[in-house]
Design a protein around this ligand. Structure first.
Ligand code: C2O
Length: 529
């Protein structure tokens, strides 16, 4: 294992990912951010210098942060925000391998561009020798207005509209906006080169697909090339016939690796990422769809030896092996490569109900869990409160705290979604066994449990009017967020805080840098946002 050093300067820069120029919040001027590419067991030392003109905090999505809860990057929960002009160093080791990403976890900032890929190689990966090249694809919805202005609109008093709708779809940071549309303005480039992936006939390729979306549910496909799923969020999965898909659904925050067999005639083929508009349009919230928007982004799979002409390939007819819903990949066909039965002796159980809450003061509908909408206390993060042994009762109500203290216990969360819209739920600090999921929201009437070989992941879709049951081991003391990964919903309060083994945790001493950052934040409070 080695220690890898990165310097990330966060700054705003004008870019045109889909042709439309706008200020983009970047890591080192790049969108998406630089690839962090490392090996299992490595230590990452990432110095973040904030020159955005507003605070920030960077989260490493899917990384356990065992023993380093304070580097989880969750503003208001595991750290104070990093003020403008200040540097903060994240420093943690990687016990996992697979496909991850990083993003801002301060207000809705990641929607403005603060996202990047993180890949951890492992020579012991069972598929390590099953492909010749390792390729990376990020999928994202993209907005032409700043997320702050979009969110502000959403929380305007008496607002009766819906969640902000994206303007474009991007494959690996590139999209095709219609520059002749009236909204395009004068700084629009109609010729953004699509992402091109070169393959050689006869070889096999691993594609890692990461959804860095804020809101949109994608379906991904490569014309004429079925894709074999081999990894779900860091966990290798079995090679079963159903794991070959023609259309891969992928929701906000999720990751998959697939193997592509370059066995087709030598030519060019389209890579396609479609935003499922019907999934945005479920009328809990979402603005009216704008038909001028192009919800497909294309890339090119180029066989070496083929010309550079445009592909003529046609898409798989949709839906082909994909149910007409917003429910994502059929998880019942996914089996972890190694048998890892779910724990059976549940020690702590929580029933969490996704709720719409009417905010009387502003006369708007917001979101929460068990009728409580989460509000971040940036200046006094939960980790500090726990380590200072503040009484839970003082902040439990608006802080959606669920605590459990059984060492190596098994936590079970029953999550109910009585709303129409889907919600991708992400758990920090853990992967979980998805032991049950299905339609209906009666906790007395759950789907049959699969404890033998259920999918293990960290981000799962809750379709409308559905339930799910997850289990995980309380093997990582700390403050872990569990939230909807639709950025608009998270910012509206659809967040729970899981406080894992607070008794032990508060016996540790609060690292000096946690307190120092909070002092710096405190003295910078005049900054915007
Ligand atoms: Cu990817 Cu709490 O986030």
């Amino acid at each position: 294992p080695t220690t890898r050093y990165y310097n990330f300067e966060l700054k705003v820069k004008k870019l045109s990912p889909d042709g439309f120029e706008r200020p983009v919040w970047t890591f080192n001027g790049q969108y998406p951010g630089p690839l962090i590419h490392c090996n299992k067991g490595d230590r990452l030392v990432i110095n973040v210098t904030n020159n955005l003109g507003e605070p920030t905090a960077i989260h490493w999505h899917g990384i356990y942060q065992r023993g380093t809860n304070w580097y989880d990057g969750t503003a208001g929960q595991t750290q104070c925000p990093i003020p403008n002009g200040v540097s903060f160093t994240y420093n943690y080791t990687l016990e996992q391998s697979g496909t991850y990403w990083y993003h801002s976890h301060f207000v809705t900032q990641y929607v403005d561009g603060l996202v990047g890929p993180l890949i951890i190689q492992d020579p012991d990966d069972p598929y390590y020798h099953s492909y010749q090249e390792d390729y990376l694809i990020t999928l994202s919805d993209w907005y032409h207005s700043s997320s702050a202005s979009l969110f502000l609109q959403r929380v305007t008093p008496h607002y009766r509209g819906f969640d902000p709708y994206p303007d474009a779809a991007l494959i690996s940071g590139r999209g095709q906006y219609n520059c002749s549309s009236s909204a395009a303005g004068s700084h629009c480039n109609p010729n953004v080169t699509p992402a091109i992936y070169n393959v050689q006939k006869g070889k096999k390729y691993r594609f890692r697909i990461i959804s860095t979306s804020a809101y949109a549910h994608f379906v991904f496909s490569i014309d004429n090339h079925p894709l074999k799923v081999i990894e779900v969020e860091g966990i290798p999965v079995k090679d079963v016939s159903d794991s070959i898909v023609k259309v891969l659904p992928i929701n906000v925050g999720q990751r998959y690796s697939v193997i592509l067999n370059a066995n087709q005639p030598i030519t060019n083929y389209y890579i396609r990422a479609n935003i499922l508009e019907s999934c945005l349009d479920l009328k809990d919230y979402s603005i009216n769809s704008n038909s001028s928007i192009n919800y497909t982004s294309i890339g090119v799979l180029h066989y070496l030896g083929a010309g550079r002409n445009k592909p003529t390939s046609s898409p798989y007819i949709f839906p082909l092996n994909y149910p007409i819903s917003c429910s994502g990949l059929n998880e019942s066909v996914i089996r972890p490569y190694e048998d890892r039965p779910a724990p059976t002796n549940v020690t702590d159980r929580f029933l969490l109900n996704i709720t719409i809450i009417h905010n009387d003061e502003d006369d708007i509908d917001i979101l929460g869990i068990n009728n409580a909408s989460f509000v971040s206390t940036f200046g006094n993060p939960t980790i500090q409160r726990i380590m200072r042994r503040e009484n839970f009762a003082d902040f439990e109500k608006t802080q959606n705290v669920y605590d459990y203290d059984t060492p190596h216990g098994c936590v079970e969360i029953i999550l109910l979604n009585p709303l129409n819209a889907f919600h991708p739920f992400h758990l920090h600090g853990h992967s979980f066994w998805l032991v049950a999921s299905g339609t209906g929201i009666d906790p007395e009437n759950l789907t049959t449990f699969n404890l033998v070989n259920p999918v293990i992941r960290d981000t799962v879709i809750m379709p409308g009017k559905s339930h799910m049951v997850i289990r995980y081991l309380a093997d990582n003391p700390g403050v872990w967020a569990f939230h909807c990964h639709i950025e608009w919903h998270r910012e509206l309060g659809l967040v729970a805080q899981l406080i894992e083994r607070p008794t032990e945790f508060s016996n540790q001493s609060l690292p000096d840098f946690v307190r120092e950052l909070c002092m710096q934040y405190d003295s910078s409070k005049k900054q915007k946002r």
